[in-house]
Ligand binder design. Structure first.
Ligand code: ATP
Ligand code: MG
Length: 332
């Protein structure tokens, strides 16, 4: 089987529907075909300030939502990044073969640092893509399913793998990105031209997996639309309605055209009610299962520890080969 690696930051108490549609649903479907590693990337989360107690809790909650959404820790390796020491160690080695200018060209860093200002921006945020490269390369990963926002980071990972291999000898598998299509990208319900994200400033347009169903329902009924009144997909002219159609289609597995037909000649109210029922029904068992898992944190921690052991076995073997190749003296 080919290796697959992906992860999410524990940057909120709950995942949002974009993470569910754009990542979890895809991951769930790929578990059989691939030897999959799914990580809760807490070391990435601390590249921006986090409250320590909350970070711990968010990490557990993120893992619980992976499992609740159908990632099976007996089939896939589901673990917390910081539990496997090799991530931070390989990131250091890779940083020594990464160009300063090369890292400086990463658009995610440029965007985030511009918003924060230079002094509020950590060096960790700058080297974030190098840590991501380490995550991927440690597992000799063949495929990395990510949103298009992460494409450039996977390109950097490929460059670093090739550079290391040619300088020190064949060590890393060069991974391929599997970029999710535009149809899997979900936008904020109140601001349908910006990507929905966990760390959005306002939560009014974010659908959280762990929200009470009544809150989810309200947010859908209040979603921004337009004055045309017809349910049809047109990303440029009708971003709000198009986004709702994307969500409807992704969750039901029905083509957008079929949903447009169903709601032809009916108002947005009817359409939103339909979507509300679909989303609430989809979230309900996931939320219930996540809350059940979180009610027994000791058991969840045991599962994560066993999975971290499995991950460390693979990661440590890669790291040992890297240390050898680079010429670090083996401890006697
Ligand atoms: P943050 O705001 O902390 O960056 P995020 O919601 O963007 O949070 P990430 O942890 O960065 O989530 O990404 C986790 C996964 O979810 C990635 O595969 C990413 O591509 C995907 N993803 C995030 N937001 C969306 C979205 N709006 N639509 C589709 N996929 C998304
Ligand atoms: Mg993100």
């Amino acid at each position: 089987k080919q290796r697959l690696y992906s992860g999410m930051q524990p940057s909120a108490d709950s995942l949002q529907i974009g993470n569910y549609i754009g990542a979890l649903l895809q991951w769930r479907g790929m578990q059989d075909e691939y030897d999959a590693f799914f990580s809760v990337v807490d070391l990435h989360a601390i590249t921006v300030p986090q409250d320590p107690a909350q970070l711990r809790e968010k990490t557990r909650r993120t893992a619980a939502q992976y499992i609740a959404a159908g990632i099976e820790p007996s089939r896939s390796t589901l673990y917390v990044q910081s539990h496997v020491h090799a991530h931070a160690e390989l990131a250091w080695i890779l940083s020594t073969i990464t160009g300063f200018g090369e890292a400086g060209r990463m658009t995610q860093f440029k965007d985030k640092s511009q918003k924060q200002g230079a002094d509020a921006t950590s060096v960790g945020l700058f080297t974030y893509p190098v840590l991501m490269a380490a995550d991927i390369l440690l597992y000799q990963t063949d495929v990395v399913p990510v949103g298009d926002d992460q494409k450039q980071h996977v390109e950097l990972t490929r460059d670093l793998a090739e550079r290391f291999n040619s300088r020190f000898g064949d060590t890393f598998t060069v991974p391929n990105p599997v970029i999710q299509s535009e149809t899997a990208r979900i936008y904020d319900l109140q601001e349908p031209t910006s990507k929905m994200s966990k760390s959005a400033e306002s939560h009014a347009g974010v659908l959280w997996l762990l929200d009470e169903p009544s809150i989810t329902a309200k947010k859908i009924m209040r979603a921004v639309t337009d004055s045309e009144g017809s349910v049809r997909y047109d990303r440029a002219a009708k971003p709000g309605v198009s986004n709702l159609l994307t969500i409807y289609s992704a969750i039901t597995g029905r083509p957008v055209a079929e949903i447009e037909d169903e709601y032809a000649g009916r108002g947005y109210g009817d359409f939103k009610k339909g979507l509300r029922d679909v989303v609430v029904a989809e979230f309900e068992p996931v939320r219930a299962r996540a809350l059940e898992l979180l009610a027994d944190p000791a058991e969840l921690d045991r599962v994560l520890a066993a999975n971290a052991d499995r991950a460390a076995e693979v990661a440590d073997a890669t790291l040992a080969a890297v240390y050898e190749r680079v010429g670090l003296l083996r401890r006697g």
